[in-house]
Structure formats: C-alpha cells, structure tokens
Design a protein around this ligand. Structure first.
Ligand code: AMP
Ligand code: MG
Length: 432
C-alpha cells in the first residue's frame, strides 16, 4: 500500500470520500484519490545525493541525519541584562545588600569568582561567572552606590539562566534524513557551525506544450492562433517547488515532432509534463505516442476540470500528459503532479491541506464527480473562514484562477451548495 511509504502529514479530502450512488454516473472514470495512489505507487524516490552549501538547502531534502557536534547554547548564560548571583545568596525574609565585583559581557566573560555577598553585572548572552547560577533583571535592582546594590525577596534560584545544551545537546540527533529544509532548519544548522550538508538531487522536470494553434510570446498571432499560457503557469508552479525546470517550448500536433520531443525530454529529465492533446480529438496524439514509446496509464478521472489525464513511463522518466485547458492544467498539476514531485524528491506523501469554510454564495455541482472551483478564502473578525467563487468557472477562464487563493472542492456525493453551507477548501499558499 502507498500509505506505507510515508506519512500523511495533513488532513485530506479522502475524509469526504464515501461510496455514493453517484459512482455509476461514468463507470469508466476513476476517483481522484485512486489516480493519485496509482501515480504514487509508480514512483521510486530519488536516492542520489550531493554535497551543497547550507544556503542552497532551502526547500531541498536532507540526505543525512544531522548529529550535533556541540551543545547549543555552548555555555550556560544569562537570559537578561542584570546581575549574576548565587541562588544561595537570595534573601527570603528581608532585602539584602550585595557588592558588585565586575561585569560579564556576551563574548567577554568575567574571569574571577563570585563569593557570598557578591554579584557580577551581566549582559544577555554572557556566560555565567563562576560561583553564580541566578540572574536578577536590571529593573529589580536598586543601586545604592557604584558597586553596592539592594535586592528584594521575590527571586528564585536558577531564574533567567539558559543552560548549556538546553536547546540541542551534543551528540543528539537534530534533523533526520528525508527532512525538507525550512528557514529555521538553516538557522539550527548554522548554530552548530555546519556549513555544508548532503542533500538529495532535485528532480529534473522537462515540459512542453502541444497544439498547432499555439504561439510563443513575441511571435505574431495568425488567424485562430493563441499565445501559449500553459508553459508560464507550469513554470511558475514548478519554480515554487524548487525542482530543476527545463522548458522545451511548443511542439506541433505532428506525430514525428511529438515522438522526437518525447524522446528528447525523457533523455534529460526525471519527469516529463505535456499539456494538450489528451482528449479524443483528431489531433490528440499524446496517448497513442506514449503507448508506442513507453508505458501508458490513461484515465478518465471523475473530476472537473481535468477529466482526461495521461500518466505513464517514458524510459526512466515519469510522464504526465495534462489536459490543454489552462485551468485544467493547474488543477491537475496541484492534485497529481505536485504530490508526485513531493514524493519523488523526499519519499514523503504530502497532500493538499484542506480546511472547512462557510460558502457565502450558492455553488452549482453535478454529483458523481469531484469539482474543483476557484475560490476566495477570507477570515472573519472572529476567526471563521468564509469562501466565495473567484469568478467564472469555465476551464478556460484563467483569470478566476489568478484571482483565487484556494480551490473549493465539491465531492462526488455533494449536490449544489447553498449560501451558509460548509464546504471544503484547499488554500494555495500551503501547497508547497
Ligand atoms: P486540447 O486538450 O489540446 O484539446 O486543448 C484544449 C483547449 O486548451 C483548447 O482550447 C486549446 O486551444 C487550449 N490550449 C491548449 N494548450 C494551450 C496552451 N499551452 N496555452 C493556452 N491554451 C491552450
Ligand atoms: Mg490541442
């Protein structure tokens, strides 16, 4: 089972999946979750690794366990500006006068020893002087002269002190192989003095658009021609994931040109993505050519948009033939390609985060398929989530995707939604 290979880190839409009488609507269609499982089970995560500078690690996957070579903090130190004293010297029934015998700075420790009745002025981060284990903050001290001061009875032994190794102990495991590096991890490794680490190689992803009607930016548009937008939204989504991106341009709906492009792409990439040409029109060649050159899994998925999806293998590369409609490209990318790339790079199964929100307007749905509408998610003053449609929902209407910040997904057993009903949403920001 796929689940054995990693952990579901997030709640997913599967929670909404129950067998429904609407399954019969198109008996050839498979469910979103099943398509995703089939894709994930065809993937072997990348195991090659390379040594890289810490600064290059963000978003990438660690290939080694990190064991701390030192304690963090390295020495027991003050968490406040104030005075360092021995806990034994703290008064319990009446104020006490102490003699101040020196100063400890962060980076310039006090070298002497503090004895009974004495204290050392101390700055935040300075190592605790010998004979002290407690810090009294500046605001709780009354200076009587330059080196005499009074303290009260409200202090606890050991207060305001950070113990050596309280964050990370020497020889303990700090980060595990397989971890995707976040900004805090970079700081943690820097605090250990680690400047180079082993990371898994990033997946190489090659993509091209297919269609005789497509022109690239900069070319004049002839009759019936359109600019290729899919390559740009794909480029954006891939760049967010930190993979290596290879843009192979536009390929015409000609079998030989497509064969050549398939072979060229699979010779240099771990993953090949195409858009267009996966339906059953006369110029839809992706499916037959993948059958000829590789292994095919072609599915009709019970979802809208994005119903036809071609997935397979082309030599050693994974192949995704996404639909041509610009919104369908983005929906299928987020639902299938992104989890696949995540799994390929880290061996971790991470599906889109789902939240509940209240619909503020009615939403139309035809039961029997998963519908991904583009939504605008907002938060009310009392912290509740509300969602509305972000514009017209046709699968060619890319502006409603551009205005959206989430998908609203209406499960297969869900009839239309009324204002005030609860729906499930997937916020875009948490996809990565
Ligand atoms: P297809 O899947 O090739 O039948 O394309 C479906 C629709 O998406 C058609 O209206 C195409 O013109 C459009 N389309 C296909 N590829 C692109 C692209 N790269 N950029 C913009 N629109 C496209
Ligand atoms: Mg086409």
């Amino acid at each position: 089972m796929i689940e054995d290979k990693g952990t579901h880190t997030m709640q997913t839409e599967t929670m909404k999946y129950q067998t429904s009488c609407a399954d019969d609507v198109d008996s050839e269609s498979i469910r979103v979750e099943e398509a995703r499982q089939r894709i994930l089970s065809a993937i072997t995560p990348i195991s090659d690794f390379e040594k890289r500078a810490l600064r290059d690690a963000l978003g990438r996957v660690l290939a080694e366990d990190i064991i701390s070579p030192l304690n963090v903090p390295a020495h027991t130190n003050s968490a406040m500006d104030g005075i360092a004293v021995s806990g034994d010297d703290l008064p319990s029934s009446e104020d006490r006068i102490l003699e101040m015998i020196g100063t400890a700075y962060a980076g310039v420790p006090f070298k002497g020893e503090c004895r009974t009745g004495q204290c050392v002025r101390i700055m935040t981060g300075a190592p605790m002087p010998k004979g002290t284990d407690t810090v009294i903050m500046q605001e709780h001290i009354e200076f009587l002269t330059d080196n005499k001061l009074r303290i009260g009875i409200t202090h606890r032994p050991g207060q305001n002190v950070r113990q050596a190794g309280e964050d990370i102990g020497k020889d303990t495991e700090v980060l595990k192989a397989g971890r995707r590096m976040v900004p805090a991890d970079m700081g943690v490794l820097a605090s250990l003095g680690i400047g180079e680490i082993y990371l898994h190689r990033r997946p190489r992803v090659a993509f091209f658009s297919t269609g005789d009607e497509l022109r690239s930016i900069g070319e004049p548009l002839g009759e019936g021609e359109i600019y290729d937008s899919n390559r740009y939204s794909l480029y954006g989504m891939l760049s967010h994931l930190g993979v290596e991106v290879l843009d192979l341009g536009v390929v015409h709906d000609e079998p030989d040109a497509l064969r050549h492009a398939f072979q060229h792409a699979s010779s240099m990439a771990d993953v090949v993505i195409t858009t267009g040409g996966v339906s059953v029109g006369d110029a839809d060649y992706i499916k037959p050519i993948l059958t000829e050159l590789g292994e095919i899994g072609f599915w009709k998925i019970a979802m809208k948009p994005g119903r036809p999806l071609t997935f397979g293998k082309l030599d050693n590369a994974l192949f995704f033939g996404l639909p041509g409609n610009p919104v369908a490209v983005m929906v299928t990318f987020y639902q299938f390609v992104q989890p696949a790339l995540h799994y390929l790079s880290s061996g971790e199964i991470k599906l889109p985060l789902t939240l509940k929100a209240t619909a503020t307007s009615p939403l139309y749905n035809r039961p029997g398929r998963f519908e991904y509408q583009r939504g605008l998610l907002t938060q009310t003053a009392d912290g509740e989530f509300e969602v509305s449609k972000s514009g017209k929902q046709g699968s060619g209407i890319l502006t409603s995707m551009s205005h959206a910040n989430c998908f609203i997904f209406l499960p297969e057993d869900c009839a239309s939604v009324q204002a005030g009903d609860t729906v499930m949403v997937q916020p875009f920001e948490t996809f990565v």
